[in-house]
Ligand binder design. Structure first.
Ligand SMILES: [Fe+2]
Length: 303
């Protein structure tokens, strides 16, 4: 059966991708940022995930005010790097895993999460920068990627608790996929940053540190954190951190922290990165209590 073996989070700062793409990663300003990802790049060579469910947000590249899905799952064979104004990043095409993606979509929808199914979508820095820093520069990405886009750009984004519960639903979906797959789930975005207005440039190291601590040891408190706290303490774009709770919810209650990195600044943002291993291998993910997910037809589907 497929299994979620690890959760990884990282900021997805566009300037980090630009520094890498323009050969500036060894400059004094950028070197400490990229050094913080050396551990995870070496670790990934050992872990060799087959598939990554990559939670991120689109930044008006694939979606705009015409269409604003709260949760969208990419079910296509491939996703091209988006042109965000300077031409597409020169990174490998993102290969999807349609069978698992459709399975997750079906399982989550029957589990009462109304996912938007996306069969054609370009992916922007929100998805490609995490690939670059977590795997390092590559000719071909070493895993299949299932993009899971969350609206954190236009109010209202989903609540932290809703994100957590979606993570649990994704964990149930993965655990019921019959193919033997090593699956990771990544949460991206954050940490504290604000791009506009009088508070532009806001970075709150103390709050970021507490968020990372709670992600490991007290995630229940993060489920209940209201949007206004993210906005007040972590800046208007700090709300991206709710996406990390999808990753965290998929790992169950107990986790082991394998690695953590925090650095300020990179561009006008704090960089945060953490690697977690579920302790109970999904055993403490609650079962679905929805009628459709437990119907004979659904049970036959996932058997
Ligand atoms: Fe972002």
């Amino acid at each position: 059966m497929a299994r979620i073996t690890a959760g990884v989070t990282t900021s997805h700062i566009p300037a980090v991708g630009a520094a890498l793409d323009n050969g500036r990663s060894h400059e004094p300003y950028w070197q400490p940022v990229f050094a913080g990802y050396e551990w995870v790049q070496a670790w990934q060579k050992e872990e060799k995930p087959d598939v990554v469910v990559l939670v991120y947000n689109d930044h008006a590249s694939a979606f705009d005010m015409k269409v604003i899905p709260t949760f969208a799952i990419g079910c296509a064979e491939q996703f091209q790097p988006a042109d965000e104004g300077w031409g597409p990043r020169q990174v490998p095409v993102v290969e999807g895993h349609p069978d698992l993606a459709w399975h997750i979509a079906q399982s989550c929808i029957l589990d009462e999460f109304d996912m938007t199914i996306i069969n054609e979508m370009d992916v922007d820095h929100g998805l490609t920068v995490p690939l670059s820093v977590i795997f390092g520069p590559q000719e071909k990405w070493p895993a299949k990627i299932i993009p899971l886009a969350v609206n954190v750009v236009t109010y209202p984004p989903p609540s932290g608790n809703r994100c957590w519960l979606l993570g649990e639903a994704i964990a149930r979906a993965v655990a019921s996929f019959p193919e033997d797959l090593n699956v990771q789930i990544w949460g991206t975005g954050g940490m504290s940053h604000q791009l506009q207005g009088p508070r532009a440039g806001l970075i709150n190291k103390e709050w970021d540190g507490r968020f990372l601590d709670k992600l490991v040891e007290d995630p229940e408190s993060l489920r209940r954190m209201p949007h206004i706290e993210y906005l007040r303490e972590a800046g208007s774009e700090g709300i991206e951190l709710v996406m990390w709770l999808i990753m965290r919810g998929a790992l169950g209650k107990q986790v082991e922290q394998l690695n953590r990195f925090y650095h300020v600044p990179a561009s006008n943002t704090a960089v945060g990165h953490i690697v977690l291993r579920p302790k109970a291998d999904g055993a403490d993910i609650p079962a679905s209590d929805t009628i459709e997910a437990n119907s004979p037809a659904a049970q036959e589907m996932i058997a």
